[in-house]
Design a protein around this ligand. Structure first.
Ligand code: XBP
Ligand code: MG
Length: 235
């Protein structure tokens, strides 16, 4: 039977990328006097690289921005820290809500004793701010494991973050379900042998999800019990 749900954050719990992370990156760039600007379209391409620091480094390489390595090594962490502050403020201001159905599924899982975990590439402070702003501070404790950011060096699509979460839960992959929104996330989850449900988000509609259990456009709001929790997880 199903023992735990392991949630991705960006794109799955909330649609955070276009109006959240992207805007926060641009605000930090501007404050640092950089002429970098990530349009909605360019950001879609940059999402191929997971992790904000890794994404900035990739952008610098791709756009042949002439900065010595020593300068970048110092600049990128500072930019990223500022970007995180901007992103957290947007969440605290209530600019970004949970996707439809998420709150209902979390509530039902808790009611039925299905354990909850998070496996994400994003910075831990972002996860905390999102949960606090949308579900209240006490919701942090609903998740037995919050595996986030640099806790594993190899980010998605590497399976490491899911391996880490499974080890913390002390559960086999076959008794858990991963909830994801992107091809990168599905590769990470399937790499850890997790059955994976996809809800496509703003940037991931065109992704290849051949390896997913099912692909939904959203979890939706319904009065009926959630089918995900009632079904047996295929081994
Ligand atoms: C999404 C990501 C993150 C965010 C930015 O990961 O790739 O890098 O875009 O967050 P997921 P940081 O869908 O696994 O949550 O800047 O904090 O890295
Ligand atoms: Mg995601």
């Amino acid at each position: 039977a199903l023992k735990a749900l392991i949630w991705d954050v960006d794109g799955t719990l909330a649609d955070t990328e276009r109006d959240g992370h992207r805007v926060a990156f641009n605000a930090a760039f501007e404050e640092f006097g950089l002429d970098w600007h990530w349009s909605v379209e360019l950001y879609g391409e940059l999402l191929a690289v997971t992790g904000g620091k890794e994404r900035m480094r990739h952008y610098v390489g791709q756009h042949a921005i002439n900065k010595p390595d020593a300068e970048l090594n110092e600049l990128i962490p500072r930019l990223h820290a500022r970007k995180t502050e901007h992103f957290v403020r947007r969440l605290e201001d209530g600019e970004i809500g949970l996707r439809p159905g998420v709150e209902r599924i979390l509530a039902q899982a808790r009611q039925e004793g299905v354990r909850l975990a998070i496996a994400t590439t994003t910075t831990p402070a972002n996860v905390e701010a999102l949960l606090k702003a949308t579900l209240g501070a006490e919701s942090l404790a609903w998740f037995e494991v919050i595996a986030a950011g640099d806790i594993v060096p190899a980010k998605k699509p590497a399976p490491d973050i899911y391996h880490y979460a499974l080890a913390q839960l002390a559960l086999p992959a076959s008794s858990c379900l991963a909830l994801e929104d992107s091809a990168q996330g599905v590769r990470a989850a399937r790499g850890a042998n997790l059955p994976t449900v996809v809800t496509v988000s703003q940037y991931t509609r065109g992704d290849d999800f051949a390896d997913a259990l099912v692909v939904l456009d959203q979890f939706g709001e319904t009065a009926a019990p959630c089918r995900i929790l009632q079904s047996q997880v295929p081994v």
